[in-house]
Write a new protein. Structure first.
Length: 296
């Protein structure tokens, strides 16, 4: 009996020393690879759903927060990120999706007053060298009074994403919508009275009351005056790499220019029209993209 036990212990020690054979190792690797092929798409799907769900929630909350700030103070938050590079003349290059934006000049006092009379008096231009910890979302560091320089980033209606933003905000001016590409009722800002519709060349829309409007886009960054009052910190959009890309949410304001039949102008206060994620998607797009995040 003792001889048999000794022999079994010896064989057990030999098996432990022998380890896995090459065939056994290959089999283990095959099984792990097969499991990874099943798990990785699901993990990516969950991550994407999480990003889009968080983005949709943040868009809704940001819209309510800006409206709350105006209710409490009588003005919209000041010191938004301008999305324009310090020195002017160019959209901030680390805004990953910027084709839907173009720089426009507030050509007269009526347009500038439209912003300043609603509390938006200073914008923060972007300088990477002054960004906190070099993070692009913290790059809005250079103050610029709106009244001194009329450059703002506005929605470019001739871009496909810009056209969809416009169609979402002003569906009454959409003539047709084919394959996700809207076409608009043409407008004429120079006629008397102005013809309602979209004037693409000037990046503006003519409203039914004769008011012309541009859709100004600003980032809600850490310098925004709502921080510390109605908001603890500006949210970051997780759908981009925040170490390489500007990752703040974007507020869209209609900036008005009212021209009378005699040629004079009077200011009409700017109005919040909506909030976009960093890539220019509005709430409905975020919700649609959650549904589209299916594992193939």
């Amino acid at each position: 009996m003792n001889v048999l036990a000794t022999k079994l212990k010896k064989q057990s020690r030999q098996l432990r020393r022998r380890g896995f054979t090459l065939i056994e190792l290959v089999m283990v690797l095959v099984i792990l690879t097969a499991l990874a092929a099943l798990v990785v798409p699901i993990v990516d799907y969950i991550r994407r759903q999480s990003d889009k769900t968080q983005g949709a929630f943040a868009i809704e909350q940001m819209t309510e927060n800006i409206s709350l700030y105006r209710t409490l103070t009588g003005n919209y938050p000041d010191k938004h990120d301008s999305l324009i590079a310090s020195g002017g003349g160019a959209i901030y290059p680390l805004l990953r999706e910027s084709d839907f934006l173009v720089i426009s000049t507030l050509a007269n006092d009526s347009q500038r007053d439209s912003l300043t009379k609603t509390g938006i008096k200073i914008v923060m231009d972007h300088d990477d060298s002054l960004a906190y910890r070099g993070i692009p979302g913290n790059s809005g560091t250079v103050q610029r009074p709106v009244a001194n320089s009329g450059e703002i980033a506005v929605v470019d209606f001739s871009d496909s994403q810009g056209a969809q933003i416009l169609a979402s905000l002003y569906p009454q001016y959409v003539a047709t919508w084919t394959a996700g590409a809207p076409t608009f009722v043409p407008g004429n800002a120079t006629s008397n009275p102005p013809t309602p519709g979209v004037v693409v060349a000037s990046h503006q829309i003519v409203l039914a009351d004769g008011t012309t409007a541009k859709l100004a886009v600003f980032g809600v960054g850490p310098s925004t005056t709502s921080i510390g009052q109605t908001m603890v910190a500006p949210p970051a959009y997780r759908g981009v790499d925040g170490l390489k890309d500007y990752n703040r949410f974007l507020a869209v304001y209609a900036v008005y220019d009212r021209t009378t039949s005699t040629g004079g102008t009077s200011a009409k206060r700017a109005q919040l029209k909506g909030v976009l994620d960093t890539k220019g998607d509005f709430l409905n797009q975020e919700l649609n993209e959650i549904d589209e995040s299916n594992v193939q």
